[in-house]
Design a protein around this ligand. Structure first.
Ligand SMILES: C[S@@+](CC[C@H](N)C(=O)[O-])C[C@H]1O[C@@H](n2cnc3c(N)ncnc32)[C@H](O)[C@@H]1O
Length: 388
């Protein structure tokens, strides 16, 4: 069952789903719905999932944002239906669920290949290719006619992908007050400006967005640009993430390729503020490279290139596990196709109220296995230590 739920979660969160059909109800009830068909729909530039509940004499619809759709679909699969058909751009899947909850999953070639993916991609893009957005023109990603410059196309795609992830989180963010967001290690702030554009211009929200970076000249440039664009509520501060003070309420923390342990410092700050949403794409990871060791893993440790990848994966696994212990529900998502960047994991975390002892047990065993002392554990301080 876990594999099936994971498949549903990944297909929806990575926007690969074309249709999901849930059928063969477990308990016969002539009044209840007999089938549910789920499809992606584009509502005001945002991808939502339409659930069509088919009753014997009527149909009813609801539209849910990505993560709510995953939860709702998982509940229907676990409690109501015995057959699940998932049609994605990559494959068709059929899951048959036995009375005892065992799943027999079959995979076949996709039947929705005829979908015009180029058109579909454009449709899903929150920033479209032929619109001259003021900030993208100023940052040299587009020309004044709105054409994306060939050498900046990867950046354009990356920004759109990040905004897609933000769009999926909207249900978890308050909409009745000014949203406070911090972009740690903002650099030239393509993402920070894009976030502002999406939340203020496209979603009509009130925001206070802060970008923070170590580079003074870049911060000056970004503040000047925000003033020129009259982006009120967007400011940039020069400083180090771990020393950043003066905020007591932050709703969302984002990082995009903040170097090495800067990502960890950002995660620790976010957890300290109990940020509702964390979106973090880590960057180069050196910290654990010299620590990671287990005799059995020798074949993976003896080649530098493999050890580097291994320690990166261990670092991100530690991050996910620690966030779980700190009361977050965590997803690891593919950020962008491998061909564009090797730094392609996005950690998406949502604040919930509780945490499980299982997460603590798993973390301790994992840490002992690899003989590591991660920086993130230290950065979390007493809040984490008291749970271990
Ligand atoms: C690879 S760049 C990414 C910039 C930007 N987020 C983007 O994706 O275009 C990493 C940035 O993180 C900043 N940085 C690294 N460590 C930092 C720290 N401890 N505090 C603040 N900024 C940091 C660097 O100055 C750099 O601008």
């Amino acid at each position: 069952m876990e594999k099936l739920l994971q498949l549903i979660g990944e297909s929806i969160s990575q926007h690969k789903v074309r249709q999901i059909i849930l059928s063969k109800v477990r308990k016969k009830d002539e009044e209840a719905f007999q089938k549910v068909i789920i499809k992606p729909v584009n509502i005001k530039g945002q991808v939502m999932y339409q659930f069509c509940y088919q009753y014997p004499k009527k149909v009813s619809h609801i539209n849910l944002e990505g993560l709510k759709a995953i939860d709702a679909c998982a509940e229907l699969v676990q409690d109501y239906f015995r057959q699940v058909n998932i049609f994605t751009t990559e494959a068709d899947y059929q899951g048959m669920i036995s009375k005892k909850g065992k799943v027999h999953l079959q995979k076949k070639p996709p039947t929705c290949q005829e979908i015009d993916t180029a058109h579909n991609r454009t449709k899903h893009y929150l920033l479209s290719e032929d619109t001259p957005y003021d900030f993208l023109v100023k940052l040299g990603v587009m020309n004044k006619e709105g054409k994306v410059l060939a050498q900046r196309y990867d950046k354009f795609k990356q920004l759109n992908r990040f905004l897609e992830m933000v769009a999926d989180c909207m249900a978890y963010l308050p909409k009745d007050r000014t949203l406070h967001i911090i972009d740690f290690g903002c650099g030239k702030s393509y993402l920070t400006f894009a976030l502002y554009h999406y939340l203020v211009k496209q979603q009509g929200l009130a925001v206070k967005i802060t970008g923070l970076d170590l580079k003074k000249d870049v911060i000056q440039f970004c503040n000047k640009m925000a003033r020129e664009l009259s982006y009120e509520g967007l400011t940039f501060i020069h400083g180090d993430i771990q020393d950043f003070e003066g905020e007591d309420k932050v709703d969302m923390v984002v990082t995009l390729h903040a170097c090495d342990t800067a990502t960890d410092a950002a995660l620790a700050k976010a957890v300290g503020w109990e940020a509702k949403v964390i979106l973090s794409v880590p960057c180069c990871q050196h910290e654990l490279l010299t620590q990671v060791h287990h005799p059995i893993m020798k074949p993976m440790e003896k080649h530098g290139i493999i050890k580097e990848k291994l320690s990166s994966l261990i670092t991100d696994s530690v991050r996910g596990n620690i966030l779980e212990i700190m009361g977050y529900s965590v997803q690891m998502l593919e950020f962008i196709d491998m061909e564009h960047t090797p730094k392609n994991i996005l950690i998406r975390a949502f604040k919930k109220d509780n945490y499980s002892q299982e997460a603590v047990k798993t973390y301790k065993a994992f840490k002992d296995f690899w003989s590591i002392e991660p920086y993130l554990e230290k950065a979390m301080g007493e809040a984490l230590a008291s749970r271990l």
